[in-house]
Ligand binder design. Structure first.
Ligand code: NAD
Length: 507
């Protein structure tokens, strides 16, 4: 194992170096393995840039199967002692982590904003959600209890115990760099497993900061590990015989691949995929509120949110009435560097992603959708190099259009019209993805009917972002989810433990 090296930042998590002119200025991200910061074996590196101004923040190693193997070995070594540590003691480092995250909430949020671009308020809320998961894990001694029944036959009793399984790994997306790994790690380690996180190579710095705090919190060496990289590191995880289960969050094509390949190796898998979320607006809804909430839902985090309601499906006369309201709400957004006060929408994650979203806007125009608001021309006067787009709204989008079907993952709102409630339900049901959806109505009957008939499994009633709290399950349906046990909530205990059934007779 390469020993940790110091750096100008004072943190061994980032070291100086690089062999090209640009790379020299940027620090290289390290892995955290067996309780120490170590260099990756990688010979290829990616760049981490601040999307607000294109500044090069760091180089990230595109890690190898050997990097993964080192982390898994450390996790396997730590497992027997960690498993034997009583649950009430296992949560002690989590208590410390919670306090450290509270104390450094603003600092972690700043790292999120710098590498991702979302506003500081959005980053703070995401760190708060990470802390909620740490909080929930404190109750593990209660949540992990088994069940028992006397006399399943004369003189024979039966009980179940929940046992940790071994090493688990999380492979996570770019859009919530601090929060998403925490949907899994606290629950897995509280259950007595050990863990490897592979964050998105586009935003590795938030996890680096959180792992510095985990180091301070005093987890025994090898219980939590961090490996940076992209596809090669992911494949190293999927194929590694030492890993018992994988939690994935990202786009649907990759989720499907992860599910298939990890399952082939006999692993447990929960793979949360992409989204195209519809918000049905009934004519009886409070349209001012529906417009304001839907706009926030769609354009928050610059539309890079798996719970973004990116299609407003207006029913009957709601369509004519809500269009202008959506446009005037969207015009209130202040685009800019998420670090600056008053900014309500930051840039997109990369230059390439901005180009992709621009491509969708051009596609929408070609397909005959009507552009009500055009964000293509937006340029930030202070940071012309930033990856900004203004809010864009299309009307007269049809379900069969590319912009009506595919996940755009940018600040583009599509407005569709449905004749009546039944047609709206049909449009939602026809879509291959089913992550989240919302309905705006003043009728309990419509709300119930909607809940009953559509498939997306995170559903908001007069709510724009139907984000389950840590103690409820998180995950979609259809092409948005591969597996059966969802993220956090009670499902996490089922995912991270095995149930052993003991049948006893004493003579
Ligand atoms: P992504 O699928 O490109 O990447 C996710 C992870 O997979 C990253 O760690 C990446 O390194 C890895 N990866 C990427 N391509 C791979 C490949 N070909 N083989 C193996 N591994 C690969 O997703 P992203 O762009 O980082 O994130 C955005 C997507 O995530 C959107 O589709 C969004 O809807 C989805 N998302 C879903 C949820 C949810 O709860 N369902 C939450 C957040 C984001």
């Amino acid at each position: 194992m390469t020993p940790a090296r110091g750096s100008e930042s004072g943190s061994p998590a980032l070291i100086n170096g690089g062999d090209t002119a640009t790379a020299t200025a940027a620090r290289t991200v390290q892995n955290y393995v067996g309780g120490r910061w170590v260099a990756s074996d990688a010979t290829r590196f990616g760049e981490v840039r601040n999307p607000a101004n294109d500044e090069l923040l760091a180089r990230v190693p595109l890690g190898t199967a050997a990097d993964v193997d080192r982390a898994v070995k450390a996790a396997l070594e730590a497992f027997p002692a960690w498993r034997q540590t009583p649950p009430v003691h296992r949560v002690k480092p989590l208590f410390k982590l919670k306090n450290l995250l509270e104390e450094h909430l603003d600092d972690v949020a700043r790292v999120v904003t710098r590498e991702h671009g979302k506003t500081l308020d959005e980053s703070r809320s995401s760190v708060r959600r990470a802390i909620d998961n740490v909080d929930l894990a404190f109750g593990i001694h209660d949540r992990m209890m088994g069940t028992s029944l006397e006399d399943i036959a004369a003189g024979i009793d039966c009980h179940t115990v929940r046992q940790p399984i071994g090493v688990f790994a999380a492979i996570t997306p770019f859009n919530f760099p601090a929060m998403v790994p925490m949907w899994f790690l606290p629950h897995a380690v509280a259950c007595g497993n050990t863990f490897v996180v592979k964050p998105s190579e586009r935003v590795p710095l938030s996890q680096v900061r959180i792992f510095e705090l985990m180091h301070e919190a005093g987890f025994p060496a090898g219980v939590v590990n961090l490996v940076n990289g992209a596809k090669e590191a992911v494949d190293g995880i999927l194929d590694h015989p030492g890993i018992a289960g994988v939690s994935f969050v990202g786009s649907s094509p990759v989720a499907r691949y992860i599910y298939r390949r990890a399952a082939e190796h006999g692993k447990r898998v929960q793979a949360l995929g992409g989204a195209k979320n519809f918000v049905v607006v009934m004519p009886d809804a409070d349209l001012d509120r529906a417009a304001a909430i839907s706009t926030e839902s769609c354009f928050g985090c610059a539309g890079e949110r798996c719970l973004a309601n990116s299609v407003v499906l207006a029913v009957g006369e709601a369509h004519g009435k809500i269009k202008d309201k959506l446009v005037s709400e969207a015009k209130k957004l202040k685009v800019g560097d998420g670090m600056e006060p008053g900014v309500t929408m930051g840039p997109l994650i990369t230059k390439q992603h901005k180009e992709k979203v621009l491509g969708y806007i051009e596609q929408g125009i070609r397909e005959g959708a009507k552009l009500l608001l055009d964000g293509r021309g937006y340029q930030d006067p202070q940071h012309p190099e930033g990856y900004y787009l203004g809010p864009t709204i299309f009307d007269e989008v049809k379900p069969e259009m590319v912009i009506g079907r595919e996940e755009i993952f940018g600040p583009v709102l599509c407005v569709m019209k449905a004749r009546d409630f039944d047609e709206a339900v049909q449009i939602v049901r026809q879509h291959e993805l089913g992550n989240a959806t919302s309905i705006f109505t003043s009728s309990g009957k419509w709300a119930r009917e909607y809940r009953y008939r559509v498939e997306p499994s995170m559903l908001g009633v007069n709510i724009g972002v139907a984000a389950p709290m840590a103690y409820f399950p998180f995950g979609g349906a259809k092409g948005s989810f591969f597996g059966d046990l969802k993220g956090h909530g009670r499902d996490s205990i089922d995912f991270f433990t095995d149930k052993k059934v003991v049948i006893s007779r004493w003579f």
